[in-house]
Design a protein around this ligand. Sequence first.
Ligand SMILES: *[C@@H]1O[C@H](CO)[C@@H](O)[C@H](O)[C@H]1NC(C)=O
Ligand SMILES: *[C@@H]1O[C@H](CO)[C@@H](O)[C@H](O)[C@H]1NC(C)=O
Ligand SMILES: *[C@@H]1O[C@H](CO)[C@@H](O)[C@H](O)[C@H]1NC(C)=O
Ligand SMILES: *[C@@H]1O[C@H](CO)[C@@H](O)[C@H](O)[C@H]1NC(C)=O
Ligand SMILES: *[C@@H]1O[C@H](CO)[C@@H](O)[C@H](O)[C@H]1NC(C)=O
Ligand SMILES: *[C@@H]1O[C@H](CO)[C@@H](O)[C@H](O)[C@H]1NC(C)=O
Length: 395
Amino acid sequence: MVLVSMTLIWITAKAQVKYFNVMDYGAKGDFVTDDSVAFLKAWNDTCNAETGEPTMLIPRKQFFLRPTTFSGPCKSHVYVRLLGGLLAPDGPKEWKEFNDVVKFIEFESVTGLHITGVGLINGHGKGWWDISCRYHPKLLDCGKGAPTTLRFHKSNDIHMSQIKIVNSPQTHILLLGCNGVELQDLSIISSGVSPNTDGIHIQQSNHIFINNSFIGVGDDCVSIGDGITDINITYVNCGPGHGISIGSLGLDGTVSNVSNIHARHILFNGTQNGARIKTYQTGRGQVQNIEFTDVTFIDAGNPIIIDQHYCGAPNACPPTKAGVKISNVLYSEMHGTSTSDVALNFNCSENVACTDIKLNNIDLKSSTRGERVSSSCNNAFGEAIGTVNPKSCLR
Ligand SMILES: *[C@@H]1O[C@H](CO)[C@@H](O)[C@H](O)[C@H]1NC(C)=O
Ligand SMILES: *[C@@H]1O[C@H](CO)[C@@H](O)[C@H](O)[C@H]1NC(C)=O
Ligand SMILES: *[C@@H]1O[C@H](CO)[C@@H](O)[C@H](O)[C@H]1NC(C)=O
Ligand SMILES: *[C@@H]1O[C@H](CO)[C@@H](O)[C@H](O)[C@H]1NC(C)=O
Ligand SMILES: *[C@@H]1O[C@H](CO)[C@@H](O)[C@H](O)[C@H]1NC(C)=O
Ligand SMILES: *[C@@H]1O[C@H](CO)[C@@H](O)[C@H](O)[C@H]1NC(C)=O
């Protein structure tokens, strides 16, 4: 009797899923045909379905798409089952036809979105990297409009898992104006020397959970911009790349407000920085309640760093009377090897001190056998608990 009713429940649950397969809307999935119209039709029906568990199904084929926005609001929660590949136009030449320099795939104004599957999104970024300002500052059009691969804009209650995103022209995943986002079991991979290819960039968004993911890119693993509260990053393996960055904040005098960021169980492997907070001298506002716990470094540069003198270009940032106030930052259970001599670097603003910095059981050694690492403090206040190596210089 129990078995029978369980089977019935299972059948009922299955029957509720309503699939909208892009192939039924004319998609070819042959690598070259522009399938974006078929995708938009499938999305439209998925988004307009009022009952069931409307699911846009993308089967195991390779779909070439032009830059595409999937807009809400939808009539109910929607599901995207991505099993195949989504291929972006290949570099700036192919992109030119499309008159869109912002993104490859975008979800906009959607509430309640679940993206799952084992699929791949390929940003085909190499052609963009080749004209980047970082490597070709003299090129007239260097870096102009390298697009983001996957952008979530003004969307809430977003869940994405298992997807792999590779070779983005610029940022791989951008969260802009979003509330409540769960990203789990992702792989985000680009060359370690690809310019400005942040793994996940978060801006003007709250309540973000990033878990169990691998991020190896050419820029920040996760970067956190202005106007953010409540972000948890756990079990993330970063490297190559520039580490987890709060900032750069305060460009051109922006008032920043960043709070409640927790990064736990993180590996930085061969990253240029580790746990980093960076602000421009012109910035205002505050960064508070930040935590890095259970962090391992393998040959990371600047494993623990606060840089309040960040500047995009040499001599472009004269001293000011401003400063972003940084307070209540906990660094706990962090160990491993540093490629830079200064392993603990709290280079705070001369105008606004960093306060309530806590170091708890930190053990950093040089990547070079026989070398020692040191700590450096500028206007930094707080306390050290347990063993702290190199010795704390906090006042
Ligand atoms: C979108 O879906 C609605 C309702 O399902 C339908 O009436 C409309 O024609 C569709 N629009 C497009 C462009 O497919
Ligand atoms: C982050 O973790 C804290 C507990 O440390 C919890 O209160 C908060 O709800 C979590 N937020 C998210 C978005 O997961
Ligand atoms: C986060 O990922 C880990 C796997 O490393 C998993 O054990 C844990 O359940 C996940 N957390 C949540 C809240 O899903
Ligand atoms: C900054 O964030 C705090 C919460 O941490 C909030 O109380 C305050 O109103 C925010 N200020 C601005 C200007 O957004
Ligand atoms: C660190 O990165 C190197 C080079 O990519 C890799 O060979 C090694 O397995 C990584 N270590 C861990 C613990 O992930
Ligand atoms: C702190 O920042 C100043 C200004 O950019 C720089 O000259 C100095 O070298 C930095 N100190 C450390 C230890 O990084």
